[in-house]
Design a protein around this ligand. Structure first.
Ligand code: SF4
Length: 873
């Protein structure tokens, strides 16, 4: 048996692949190339096929698939089924040490992981019991492990290690069915059961194994060490530091595009990722924005796929009694309704009436808003209602739940916007069926159970089953995990996220068997990995990643994390003799460039006529809306676009809080009385009108409003005795070709008929103070004109009164400037002239206010900004 050793990049794989090609050229199919993972097997199959070789795919396979032929009578338990068996076993053994946590998914997942690790190392519960380490949870863990093994045996299932032991025995005894040559490549650790299989292979075939170095176990079973004669040339190394992770990934995208522009196909480049949870989402969105085709060699979570969320959402909604929020979420996920206007109408109607429940009420709403297309789907959902009353065997539940597929009418290409990517629909449905099967297998076959118990098992399995969608595109950048990348070799490679705790990855201590306990098992031959092994493995992963490139490897890291704290660069970068390069700010070219810059106008005569009618009567707040942004006025005031009704927990928003405070003050200021009692009445009225649910959030805001009102009631800044006060005064006065309207919160009039306009603001004091010198406001002078023209008073001044957290009086101009009303008239007529001339472009006077604007999702101001920045970049 040959052991081909050497560090990453020393040519071990090249040697093996050349020998494999040689066998294919000689039409010798008594050979096998065995690798550790299915993706690696697929990658090598594709790579060799692309070179023009024709061969059976089974000649390249995983070691696990290879041994299956010798352990057919001992199927391996799947990860999902093992999890469910652990969950049940933990419940049965009821160890006091686990009493607080045995129901928690995280706990059962940890136990299942640890059992898998012991089993892979060839340590069953009996072997563990013989040398049980001194660790606080060791005995409790052993009890669960025994129970799991008992359950597996009863079901005729096995863990990986036992299966390998069985295959090793049979191969040693029966031979390899004519297979003469085997290469094993890509293995970085060899637990004892796998080593026993390799030893058995060596008795019947010529075995070659690539490994980093010779060790005593390999020597003991007869391996002879060889080193490849030629190693690959080292690539050029570049190091890039970016201010943050987004800039780091944008820099990678920029460099990929630079390479592509120089003629390098995308398929010759890869990005290697160690911290996948952090980097994969950012890479996905950034490469998509930059228009870079990429294939991600990472599994997706099945339970997060839209098809599965649709199907599981239907059952969850049924179990909730068709709670309308849950049912609406399911309807919105239905394929073909993604861009449905009908569904939008139903969505608004449902939100308005939430909280509510029941399919009958939902159907009634669908009919009321004319959502006829939705009604059949609501009827179809009603068909699963009867499941709540059933008690069935797990297998029967599986058969019944397979009918859920009937609810799902697959999306079709070319039919409007799709909520679900087309190519992933079928695999997601197949995996959903597999989850049903696995849940049924993990539950006792003979027991009749209700839907809740079966459904809990299905949802646990759905969390654990991965979804990998085949992507047959060839010219794509490969996004690989560091372990996956070990067998790849490409001209240009990027290794990102080189900061401490990410690469090298931080491995926390195992909760059941910390390092000391693990080390104590080593003398008995149970080789569980410790922190030192993990550290070595991280170093090996880094060395492998860096050596994947033949021409250029670019290492990168973000200098700051999301909180703005400085990251510690990876210790693997210490001593790297390369200059650090800075990242460049860069933006993608917009794929659909926004329309021409400059004024966007309506010029159709009929539409201009419509705008003239709309501005025959105009309020001061509408004019201020135009001054903030023409598009805001157009969307909100001219078109009256309606935003989605707020969810129950959001209904006590700033607007409603302001409404309550205004109502209280309109009554309390002129008449006095108990402000708390008035507030309680106004608050209860608002809660009823807006169907605001009671709860902690509502109570907190209620207390804050009452406190603010009481502080205002006790405030002595305003000499109220000097005035006669009038509240909530509506007005309208003519101005040239229009009528100006509005409502004054309070008008305080002196004995000499001088009037002060008071406008309450229930917003933070700074926003109130900012109104003093804001030249874009028209409310103050128009309200003062109303005091004069509608109520026959002499305008004396206008005060904004901020009420939130503190009472602030903000005087609009310390003294009314000369010509203020002529100026207000001129500006009002100018604004109305602009509206009537058809100006509707998004042009915010204060971009900070865009956050609060209801039109922000339709005006595309963000896209325009990005385009402008891209031009400048
Ligand atoms: S978000 Fe800003 S730019 Fe867009 S409509 Fe509103 S104010 Fe105008």
């Amino acid at each position: 048996m040959r052991l081909i050793t050497g560090p990453p990049g020393s040519g071990k794989t090249t040697l093996v692949l050349e020998a494999f090609r040689q066998a294919l050229r000689g039409r010798n199919d008594a050979v096998r190339l065995l690798v550790p993972t299915a993706t690696l097997a697929r990658h090598l199959q594709n790579r060799i096929a692309r070179e023009g070789f024709v061969f059976r795919p089974g000649l390249v396979q995983t070691l696990s698939a290879f041994v299956a032929g010798w352990a057919e009578d001992l199927p391996q338990v799947s990860d999902a089924a093992l999890y469910l068996i652990v969950e049940q076993a933990a419940r049965r053994v009821r160890r006091p040490e686990f009493a607080q946590v045995e129901q928690m998914p995280g706990f059962c997942a940890s136990v299942a992981r640890a059992i898998g690790e012991f089993a892979s190392a060839g340590c069953d519960s009996a072997r563990l019991a013989a040398g049980l380490p001194d660790a606080p949870f060791a005995a409790a863990f052993l009890a669960v492990y025994r129970e799991v093994e008992r359950e597996l045996e009863q079901r005729g299932l096995a863990l990986r290690g036992k299966r390998f032991e069985r295959a090793a025995e049979r191969i040693a005894r029966d031979g390899l069915n004519g297979i003469r040559t085997i290469w094993l490549d890509g293995f970085h650790e060899l637990p004892d059961p796998e080593l026993r299989v390799i030893e058995s292979l060596g008795r019947h075939a010529d075995v070659s194994l690539t490994f980093e170095a010779m060790d005593a176990r390999l020597q003991a079973i007869g391996f002879r060490e060889e080193r490849p004669a030629r190693s690959r040339p080292s690539p050029v190394v570049a190091l890039v530091a970016a201010p943050g992770i987004e800039r780091e990934v944008e820099e990678i995208a920029r460099r990929i595009l630079e390479q592509a522009a120089a003629g390098r196909p995308f398929r010759e480049m890869a990005v290697i990722v160690r911290a996948k949870d952090i980097y994969v989402p950012v890479l996905r969105s950034t490469l998509e924005r930059f228009g870079i085709p990429a294939r991600f060699y990472f599994d997706q979570r099945l339970d997060q796929h839209a098809v599965v969320r649709f199907l599981t959402g239907a059952v969850d909604a049924m179990l909730s009694g068709w709670d309308h929020a849950q049912t609406l979420a399911v309807l919105r996920l239905a394929p073909r309704f993604a861009d449905s206007e009908t569904m939008d109408r139903l969505d608004f109607a449902v939100r308005d009436l939430m909280p509510d429940s029941g399919l009958g009420a939902m159907k009634g709403l669908a009919e009321a808003v004319g959502a006829d297309r939705v009604a059949p789907l609501v009827d179809a959902l009603a068909a699963i209602e009867e499941w709540r009353a059933l008690t069935l065997a797990p297998e029967d539940w599986t058969a019944r739940m397979r009918t859920l597929r009937a609810l799902f009418r697959p999306a079709v290409a070319g039919k409007g916007l799709l909520s679900i990517p087309l190519h992933s629909q079928a695999p997601a449905l197949q995996q959903f069926d597999r989850a049903l099967d696995e849940a049924a297998e993990a539950l006792p076959a003979s027991r009749q159970i209700g839907i809740e118990e079966f459904w809990r098992a299905v949802k646990s399995v759905l969390r654990l089953i991965p979804l990998r969608v085949d992507d047959e595109r060839r010219n794509v950048v490969h996004i690989l995990s560091a372990p996956e990348a070990r067998q790849w070799v490409l001209p240009v490679v990027f290794v990102c996220g080189l900061v401490e705790k990410q690469f090298p990855h931080f491995h926390p201590q195992d909760p059941f068997f910390p390092d000391d306990a693990r080390r104590s098992l080593h003398p008995a031959g149970v080789r569980l990995r410790t922190a030192a092994d993990f550290e070595r493995e991280e170093r090996a992963l880094f060395d492998a990643a860096v050596s994947r490139a033949t021409l250029l490897v670019t290492l990168s890291y973000p200098e700051f994390d999301a909180r703005g704290d400085r990251n510690l660069p990876s210790l693997f970068l210490d001593g790297l003799a390369v200059d650090r390069q800075e990242s460049r700010a860069v933006r993608p070219q917009p794929r659909h460039p926004p329309g021409p810059a400059g004024p966007v106008r309506i010029d159709a005569p009929a539409l201009l006529d419509f705008l003239r009618q709309k501005t025959a009567r105009v309020s001061a707040t509408a004019l201020e809306s135009f001054l903030q942004c023409p598009f805001q006025f157009f969307g909100g005031r001219a078109l009256r676009l309606k935003k989605a009704p707020l969810r129950p927990q959001e209904r006590l928003d700033f607007l409603t809080q302001g409404l309550i405070v205004h109502r209280v003050l309109a009554e309390w200021w002129p008449a006095g009385g108990d402000i708390e009692r008035l507030f309680e009445t106004a608050f209860a009225q608002a809660c009823e009108e807006k169907r605001i649910p009671r709860g902690y959030h509502t109570e907190r805001l209620r207390n804050a409003m009452l406190d603010d009102l009481q502080v205002f009631a006790a405030d002595g800044q305003w000499e109220r005795g000097r005035f006669e006060s009038r509240a909530e005064l509506e007005f309208a006065f003519p101005l040239d070709s229009l009528e100006v309207t509005g409502k004054i919160d309070r008008l305080d009039v002196t004995a000499g008929r001088r009037a002060f306009v008071i406008d309450y603001k229930y917003s933070n004091s700074q926003r109130t103070k900012d109104k003093r010198d804001n030249g874009n406001l028209l409310q103050a002078p128009l309200y003062l004109m109303a005091a004069e023209r509608c109520f026959g008073l002499e305008p004396a001044g206008m005060y904004y009164v901020g009420l939130k957290k503190e009472v602030v009086y903000v005087n609009w101009k310390d003294a009314l400037p000369a010509g203020w009303s002529t100026d207000a008239e001129r500006r009002t007529l100018y604004v109305v002239g602009q509206i009537r001339s058809g100006r509707v472009e998004p042009a915010p006077a204060d971009i900070e206010k865009c956050r609060y604007c209801d039109c922000r999702d339709v005006c595309r101001v963000v896209i325009r900004q990005a385009a402008a920045e891209a031009e400048g970049a």
